[in-house]
Design a protein around this ligand. Structure first.
Ligand SMILES: Cc1cc2nc3c(=O)[nH]c(=O)nc-3n(C[C@H](O)[C@H](O)[C@H](O)COP(=O)(O)OP(=O)(O)OC[C@H]3O[C@@H](n4cnc5c(N)ncnc54)[C@H](O)[C@@H]3O)c2cc1C
Length: 494
């Protein structure tokens, strides 16, 4: 149910991986209702999704106007005028049992290390507008280049639609008017379209967007709101012409009542102001957005409203909510499309038979609850650890009591610079490190294990890593040139 990014990603995956189960997959969508129309920045696991479908990566890039993404730059989050990068991939190298973060933090305190980004090839390449895919070069960071994509969301859905329809997914254009439940167990029995057609299925996947037509309107699953921690509840989005070279990272600039994204595509730049309606009016937010884009606006701003939080159950009876119907966490770390991908992977891992036993359903809900909460904590970290005092939003976020799970992570880092990481967690320890350091959280003491290292060797190692990173970044082609040579966009079909 639904043909946005979530609906077509799910349909494409299910028809690919359930081919031999001889299932019949139908996707219902209504052009009249349309899709949310945003969602252009991704994180590295999306590359696994594309590869697992077996499609040619360059073909997908060409047809979706994609560019490559090496990380996210955060401007003005810690304080006005300050910026830091959260790059993908590895930073530095451990020395025996000592993590890079541990000896780097100690060296930095002693004034013997430069900023964290200098030890990451992704960050160095992003800052200099470079990109290339990894190459087999032993002991070189060039072998480990980690990237994601920025793409045009509607073209990506169209690309996946062609893939899915080519493999037997039946698309039904039409508006779902009502949903009937089975009296004996409350499971979904059928959907009825405005045309009067009745559609029955064993498993219903709700990809109907924010409203959650099946999971909420029909099954009344309930929603857990998190806007007291993440108070942004609206966005205005507008594409514009690009000025300047093609960058290889997303930019997130904090503003007085929220933050603004900048996402470079091949044919345009996506911009959006995510803000809290409690702290700025829609008109002022839109004016602020339009005043700060780099080129001519290519459309009228699109207005969006959302409620941050999650569905109380993601899988309820014979219905699984994937995409915005499952919940929403604002796009600061580009995690929504990833949560779609995780939902699909877990559904395949725990794929039900017609008995819908509770063991699988409970497991799915348990894992997904944890995934949502970890991403939530990572986002709150950006807002809460700010020194900004120039707007009500920032004062509010600085003082809001944190979830215990996040407080524990911050306390552990403040104590000895250690980073807590749970099993199966999306963000690696280094992501937390970048944001903790970027938001100026300082450990009170060094990790005692660093003392097993010879300080002269540590200094040499840091200098070597920095030099290798710089040399590799210099040797990489410009992002723009790489795209021109490998995957220039095809004209956008009307
Ligand atoms: C401001 C903002 C910025 C974002 N930026 C990012 C980002 O940078 N990166 C990222 O990963 N994610 C981002 N997201 C999230 C991303 O946009 C979504 O995760 C993604 O688009 C999936 O949406 P969806 O398919 O669940 O819902 P939708 O796109 O809303 O699709 C819903 C589908 O259901 C259909 N439908 C609904 N009701 C009916 C009905 N009654 N009958 C028939 N059909 C119906 C519609 O026609 C449509 O096809 C952002 C979201 C917002 C709000």
């Amino acid at each position: 149910m639904g043909g946005g990014t979530a609906g077509w990603m799910t349909a494409a995956s299910l028809c690919k991986f359930l081919k031999n189960l001889h299932v019949r997959i139908r996707l219902i969508e209504s052009e009249q209702i349309g899709t949310v129309g945003v969602g252009e920045a991704t994180i590295p696991p999306i590359m696994e999704f594309i590869r697992a479908l077996g499609v040619d990566e360059n073909d997908c890039i060409r047809k979706t106007q994609s560019t490559f993404k090496l990380g996210i730059e955060f401007r003005d989050w810690t304080r006005l005028g300050h910026s830091y990068m959260h790059p993908f991939g590895q930073t530095g190298l451990e020395m025996g049992p000592v993590a890079f973060s541990a000896y780097w933090l100690k060296a930095r305190r002693a004034g013997k290390a430069s900023r964290l980004e200098d030890y990451s090839l992704q960050a160095a390449a992003a800052y200099s507008g470079k990109f290339m895919r990894p190459v087999p070069a032993a002991n070189s960071p060039l072998a480990g280049i980690t990237y994601a994509l920025h793409f045009d969301a509607s073209l990506f859905a169209r690309y996946l639609r062609a893939f899915a329809e080519g493999r037997g997914v039946e698309r039904t254009e039409g508006r779902v008017k009502s949903v009937s439940l089975k009296p004996e167990d409350g499971f979904i029995d059928a959907l009825t379209l405005e045309s009067g057609e009745r559609i029955e299925a064993d498993l219903y996947i709700d990809c109907s967007g924010f409203r959650g037509l099946l999971i909420e309107d029909a099954l009344h699953t309930g929603y857990e709101h998190w806007n007291h921690w993440l108070p942004c509840d609206r966005a205005a989005a507008v594409p514009c012409e690009r000025s300047g070279p093609l960058s290889s990272y997303t930019r997130a600039t904090a503003k007085t009542a929220g933050w603004q994204w900048r996402i470079p595509l091949q044919h345009r730049v996506g911009n959006g102001y995510v803000y809290s309606s409690g702290f700025v009016s829609d008109t002022l937010a839109q004016d602020e957005l339009l005043a700060s884009i780099e080129g001519k606006a290519l459309a009228d701003p699109l207005k969006l409203q959302f409620a941050t939080g999650r569905r109380k159950r993601f899988w309820n009876k014979n219905c699984v909510a994937i995409g915005l119907s499952s919940g929403f966490l604002e796009p600061l770390e580009s995690t929504s499309i990833h949560l779609i991908q995780r939902g699909i992977t877990m559904l395949l891992t725990l794929f039900p038979d017609r008995n819908f036993r509770t063991a699988e359903i409970d497991r799915y809900n348990k894992i997904f609850t944890a995934e949502y909460e970890r991403v939530r904590d990572f986002l709150i970290l950006h807002y809460s650890q700010t020194e900004r005092d120039d707007g009500e939003l920032w004062r509010y976020c600085r003082n809001v009591p944190l979830p215990d799970s996040l407080q524990e992570r911050i306390d552990l880092f403040r104590s000895h610079g250690r980073i807590l990481r749970e099993d199966f967690e999306l963000f690696p320890a280094q992501s937390w490190l970048y944001v903790m350091v970027g938001q100026n959280i300082m450990p009170q003491s060094d990790d005692p294990l660093v003392d097993i290292l010879d300080p002269a060797l540590v200094e040499d190692n840091l200098t070597n890593i920095r030099n290798v990173v710089r040399q590799c970044a210099e040797a990489m082609p410009l992002h723009e040139d790489f795209i021109r040579q490998n995957c220039p966009a095809v004209a956008v079909p009307g």
